[in-house]
Design a binder for this molecule. Sequence first.
Ligand code: IMP
Length: 172
Amino acid sequence: MQVLLTQEQIRDRISAMAGEIARDYPPDEQIHLVCVLKGGFMFLSDLVRALPTRVTLDFIALSSYGKGTKSSGEVRMIKDVDHALEGRHVVIVEDIVDTGLTLHYLQDILRARSPKTLRTACLLSKPSRRQVDVPVEYVGFTIEDHFIVGYGLDYDERYRELPYLAILRDGE
Ligand code: IMP
């Protein structure tokens, strides 16, 4: 596998993203991060440690991919968040936005719960693959159309543990 982004590149970009996020909220207001499982877990853990702001956390699990590298286009909620979102500054923490279908579905659901603000942070974005237009306020890296693994992202539940991002050649 070819390394796309090293640990150092990821760390530096997340630290800059944390600065961008912190600047957008009043310093005395708490940010509520909603991490999309499973792919977002490593990004979340580095992001919270880079953020100077006080945060609260919640987790949601969605499924949009089966075993392959192609989206089924179908999104299902597997696990809902545990806490109400009303009146909170919610930031969705997602690994990658590809067709945009997952994020579109998620933003609709969360917006209906009346957060004070709703923004999205994605580590990776593949704009050439977009099928629906979704707002993503914080993008880590804009990449070409490759299937990526590592740093939380999987292929058939494998490679999530890699500390860097790599291009998976098999299954392309
Ligand atoms: P979308 O609905 O097509 O935008 O896909 C979003 C979800 O598909 C992400 O949260 C990932 O779980 C998965 N996904 C999309 N592209 C990749 C990739 O290159 N590697 C691993 N997972 C991906």
